[in-house]
Design a protein around this ligand. Structure first.
Ligand code: NAD
Length: 498
């Protein structure tokens, strides 16, 4: 396992390969800017063409390998990942800054995803249809599409690649993964372990690079599917290119998620849920709770005060310390971007109840630390009520009643995860029905989706284009349907519409 080496190479079809660019980017630990985790190649068109050539050859073999045999490799990969769980979690914490307990959870998600899709290897079902004619059968089968270009964000650098790689491979496709340059190592380890599990050469490659290189992947004519997790801004560009090239494209983009707290909510449960939803992973989840939409009630003011006091007590630090609850932000420039939201919210009339500042002194000087921040007096039209921050900043929006809460919750261009806290089952189910989001939680925060289970993951509106990760629905991205008619009448029969 190449974890200590500082100079990484691309993994092209199972072979460590230098980039012809001979140029590198550096990746540092966000909790300690002095710790260089590695230098990674800046890949170029030539590197990509080489990976595509290997992938094309491998596809001919892999697509004809029975799916249950393909599944055996995913089962082995799950075992190997389990054996390396702690080591992989440490790598993940070092490259993202997330607390080690969260990193362990993310590696478990990889294991669960492999196990789920390995199971699907025996269930890539088609259907049988009823013919309008005598002695004629209709069956449909799912077939792989070809080379998949998989482009990922940095915040879940193990889980998100597994959500793409596992359904792609089990369906018989081959993959080229480009992890984010802000977290390149975990994706690299993921593919290394697939080869250890017996994946035939050529079926997977990892190439490092920035967004510019991602664009080369999207534009490559031999790459037939693009699946990208990232920001709305990038997703729009990718979708446009795929549209022009009529490529299959799966988009999993940003979110502006909210917890709606009604006056009959359980305040203790709500407190824990809001803290975890807003400040878990330092608010850097696509599903992070970035709005608390709270119904004005006899207890709402004191609750908001209690929440701010609890946020002040969260333990902030290096994720490798087991006591840490909130790690650093991924980069210095991202911290500036997060702080910009706080400053603008204050200018618009927001009231900072806690946080709102960079953390400095001692170990904080080494990393990109930002205080968990809660800002009240946010109105639905303000920037903080509608734009994704992707950091530990919670907007508190007060509303009069259930109807207003729903209207505010839906009032963003995003549609990923919305939650409601109430004891009233009727209101809970009405909200579940009327929330404009791909995921709904009842009496639980907006984070914590389980893609390694049967549940599908993905968003509505600008969060995506309707495709899903996780669950059987992920197979829709990575397969195409074929309808086979068998006429055993031994004569020409004509359907009404040919
Ligand atoms: P980003 O959009 O900056 O980058 C995502 C990936 O796209 C990176 O690998 C990047 O190199 C690549 N990229 C950038 N420009 C490209 C281009 N023109 N063509 C092709 N590829 C390009 O996002 P990020 O900062 O890495 O991640 C944060 C964003 O990701 C947030 O908006 C977050 O909500 C979102 N996210 C969404 C989900 C989800 O499943 N919905 C999950 C995690 C993160």
């Amino acid at each position: 396992m190449q974890t200590t080496a500082m100079l990484y190479k691309n993994n092209i079809g199972g072979t460590q390969t230098e980039s012809s660019s001979k140029d590198f980017f550096e990746k540092y630990n966000p909790a300690d800017k002095n710790e260089l985790l590695g230098k990674f190649p800046k890949s170029n068109q030539k590197d990509l063409d080489e990976a595509v050539n290997h992938a094309k050859k491998a596809f001919e073999i892999w697509k004809n390998t029975p799916a249950p045999k393909r599944a055996e490799i995913l089962y082995r990969a799950a075992e190997i990942t389990k054996e390396q769980k702690e080591e992989l979690a440490k790598i993940l914490t070092k490259e993202t800054g997330k607390p080690i307990v969260e990193a362990m959870g993310e590696i478990q998600e990889v294991i669960d995803t492999y196990l789920f899709f390995a199971g699907e290897g025996r269930r890539i079902y088609g259907m049988t249809g009823q013919s309008e004619l005598h002695n004629k059968s209709i069956i449909t089968i799912r077939q792989p599409v070809g080379i998949c270009g998989l482009i990922t964000a940095w915040n879940f650098p193990s889980a998100v690649p597994s959500w793409k790689v596992a359904p792609a491979l089990i369906s018989g496709n081959v993959v080229i993964l480009k992890p984010s340059k802000d977290a390149p190592l975990s994706g690299y380890m993921l593919v290394e372990n697939l080869y250890k599990a017996g994946l035939p050469k050529g079926c997977a490659s990892v190439l490092f690079g920035s967004g510019e290189f991602g664009d080369l992947i999207v534009r490559h004519p031999e790459i037939k599917i693009v699946s990208i997790t990232g920001s709305v801004e990038v997703g729009k560009m990718v979708y446009e290119t795929c549209g022009r090239m009529l490529k299959k494209c799966a988009l999993e983009l940003g979110g502006k998620n909210a917890i709606v707290a009604l006056e009959d909510a359980n305040p203790d449960l709500l407190l824990e849920g809001v803290l975890w939803g807003a400040f878990g992973t330092t608010g850097q989840r696509c599903t992070s709770t970035s709005r608390l939409i709270i119904q004005k009630s006899s207890w709402s003011d004191s609750f908001i005060e209690r929440l701010a006091n609890a946020a002040k007590k969260l333990v902030i630090g290096n994720g490798l310390n087991e006591k840490t609850q909130v790690g650093p932000l991924i980069t210095n420039s991202h911290r500036d971007s997060v702080h910009g939201f706080t400053e603008r919210a204050v200018r618009e009339g927001g009231n900072v109840l806690c946080g709102g500042k960079f953390l400095t002194g001692g170990e904080y000087d080494k990393g990109n630390y930002y205080e968990p921040t809660i800002i009240s007096n946010i109105k639905p039209s303000m920037e903080l009520a509608v734009k994704e921050v992707f950091g530990p900043v919670l907007a508190v929006i007060e509303v009069k009643n259930f109807e207003e809460a729903l209207q505010v919750a839906n009032n963003t261009e995003y549609g990923l995860s919305l939650s409601i806290y109430t004891k009233d089952i009727n209101l809970a189910m009405q909200a579940a029905n009327r929330f404009e989001s791909g995921i709904v939680y009842i009496n639980a925060p907006t984070i914590g989706a389980e893609c390694g289970g049967a549940a599908a993951f993905g968003g509505w509106k600008f969060t995506g284009n309707g495709t899903r990760e996780g669950g059987v629905m992920a197979l829709d991205t990575y397969t195409q349907h074929k309808t086979i008619y068998v006429d055993y009448s031994n004569k020409l029969q004509r359907a009404q519409i040919d």
